[in-house]
Design a protein around this ligand. Structure first.
Ligand code: NDP
Length: 495
């Protein structure tokens, strides 16, 4: 990593549990972002010129470096965002699975491949390949500060790009740790540059002339990023917010469904883009399910001590959003069946479950991003699907059902749906991850994720002159008659 020269301005990062300052970082400005992009651009051609196998070997060294340091990296996450270290280690290994897949499969997915020509172009040998874009800007969030950026970094680097990475101002040390691990594992290829700072640094990256921005964050910021990138026609990948639902059918395994709902809603203190924020339960099992969810959630406590299963809410401003959603739900007739407004103390929010919340309440329509969930009764799975799809967010969903699981999954509008497990689609490296609607567009992970950081390039080579010379002013009347006959033969007989 070539660390760009820091200016005089800095920002502090605080442990959200204690409020203690845990680090001070440079607020990189436009000129410094430009320096980082220039450094990445000068390193990019040598990296792109390596074979997929050579790059894969280097990325494997980075993967090993991260794996060896995972306890230290999880401790950094705990200090910066309050995530319990065991959950941090789980996040790291999930990220490494995707890095391994991208490193091993980039050649197969992106390398040159023959493409068949057709009757009219039989004299052409056709090849499709996916060259890297050049320099990619990756803007990451703080809630999964390893897993989320690794999704974009793995794909972008394995495809042969250089990257300038801007981690969230709440998790700069995690970003720095990853970049330093890369520099140590892959010396001589400074293709992972780091810039730190607030939204202004991210905005400077959008305007810096990079060849694509891979953005992960809120929908509101995503719109600003898109608007800024439109000025220079910089393409964007948008991994934005969610309001994911979990659906429980009458024949579901209720213990498994309750366990998934509780983990999906409460883990990481509910600060998960794919977190369960809404639950729709068949009326036949609603009461039994609700009792199980309450019992399981009562066992979860927010705190900073080693026994606490969830940490604090990382951003002070988010506590106000959670409070507003709870207040609005109660004002509109919602019932607090666990936790509630009294369960908020400083940045710690204890598990909160709401029932009978109207569908137009903020707790149902907007991203709450806290350890809360609404549980609603539905007459059948048709109504459940309708309510799930009524959201403007369409990131992921979970279905618990014995007979109709996959059928229900197909009717839900979302980038990924897991049946009888929580979030499984995000953990399978060959599957794409991303959203629809206000949850964004474009994909990380799998073949789609690799192609996201490339452009499709078509190459043809004429093997022999065509008996029908079409693209020439010396074309004959005979050729035109043959073309007319072929047009009828190939396309004119369909009824
Ligand atoms: P934000 O949108 O607040 O920030 C995301 C990143 O964008 C941060 O690095 C932020 O910097 C930066 N940024 C802020 N303003 C600008 C700007 N004008 N131009 C460029 N960059 C800018 O999101 P959070 O960090 O709070 O993350 C939580 C959100 O991310 C949730 O909505 C969550 O659902 C979503 N998310 C989506 C995922 C997905 O896969 N779809 C995965 C994980 C999270 P800074 O922090 O310094 O302000």
């Amino acid at each position: 990593m070539t660390q760009v020269q820091a200016n005089a301005r800095t920002f502090e990062v605080r442990d959200p549990g204690s409020g203690r300052v845990v680090g001070t970082y440079p607020e990189h400005d436009e000129a410094e972002v430009a320096d980082a992009v220039a450094a990445a651009r000068s390193a990019a051609p040598r990296w792109a010129a390596l074979s997929f196998a050579e790059r894969g070997r280097m990325l494997s060294r980075w993967r090993a470096e991260i794996a060896r340091g995972s306890a230290e990296l999880a401790a950094v996450m705990h200090a910066e965002i309050g995530k319990p270290p065991a959950d941090g280690k789980l996040e790291i290994v999930m990220g490494l699975q995707h890095l391994a897949w991208a490193s091993k499969n980039a050649g197969k997915v992106l390398g040159p491949r023959p493409v068949p020509s057709d009757l009219m172009t039989i004299n052409q040998r056709a090849t499709l390949e996916y060259p890297p874009l050049g320099v990619v800007g990756v803007i990451g969030p703080w809630n999964y500060p390893v897993f989320t950026p690794l999704g974009s970094l793995s794909c972008a680097l394995a495809a042969g790009n250089a990257v300038v990475f801007k981690p969230s101002e709440f998790s700069p040390e995690v970003g720095k740790w990853l970049a330093e691990a890369f520099a140590k594992a892959v010396p001589g290829h400074p293709v992972l540059q780091l810039v730190t700072g607030s939204g202004a640094t991210g905005a400077a990256l959008c305007a810096s002339g990079v060849d694509k921005i891979g953005f992960t964050g809120s929908t509101a910021t995503g719109k600003k990023v898109m608007a800024a990138c439109a000025e220079s026609l910089t393409p964007v990948l948008m991994e934005c917010g969610g309001k994911d639902a979990l659906v429980v059918d009458a024949d579901a395994d209720l213990d498994a469904a309750a366990d998934a709902a509780v983990w999906g809603a409460l883990s990481n203190a509910g600060q998960t883009c794919l977190g369960v924020e809404r639950v729709y339960v068949h009326e036949a099992v609603y009461d039994a399910f609700l009792a199980k969810v309450i019992a399981a959630a009562e066992d979860v406590r927010a705190g900073s001590d080693p026994a606490a299963k969830i940490g604090p809410v990382t951003m002070p401003s988010q506590v106000e959003v959670i409070r507003e959603h709870l207040r609005d739900a109660v004002d509109r007739g919602g019932r607090v069946v666990l936790g509630g407004l009294d369960a908020i103390a400083g940045q710690f929010v204890q598990p909160t479950i709401l029932a009978d919340v109207p569908e137009d309440a903020l707790a149902v329509t907007d991203e709450t991003f806290g350890p809360t969930m609404t549980v609603a009764r539905v007459a059948d799975m048709g109504e459940a699907v309708e309510r799930v799809n009524a959201s403007r967010y369409h990131l992921g969903a979970t279905v618990f059902a014995r007979k109709q699981g996959e059928d229900i999954a197909r009717r839900i509008r979302a980038g990924g749906v897991a049946v009888n497990a929580f979030v499984a689609y995000a953990t399978i490296p060959a599957l794409p991850l991303g959203g629809v609607g206000d949850s964004g567009f474009g994909r990380v992970h799998g073949p789609n994720g690799l192609r996201e950081f490339t452009y499709p390039k078509a190459i043809t080579r004429q093997r022999f002159p065509s008996p029908l010379a079409l693209t020439t002013f010396t074309r004959t009347e005979f050729t035109d008659r043959v073309v007319a006959a072929l047009t009828t033969l190939l396309h004119g007989r369909c009824r």
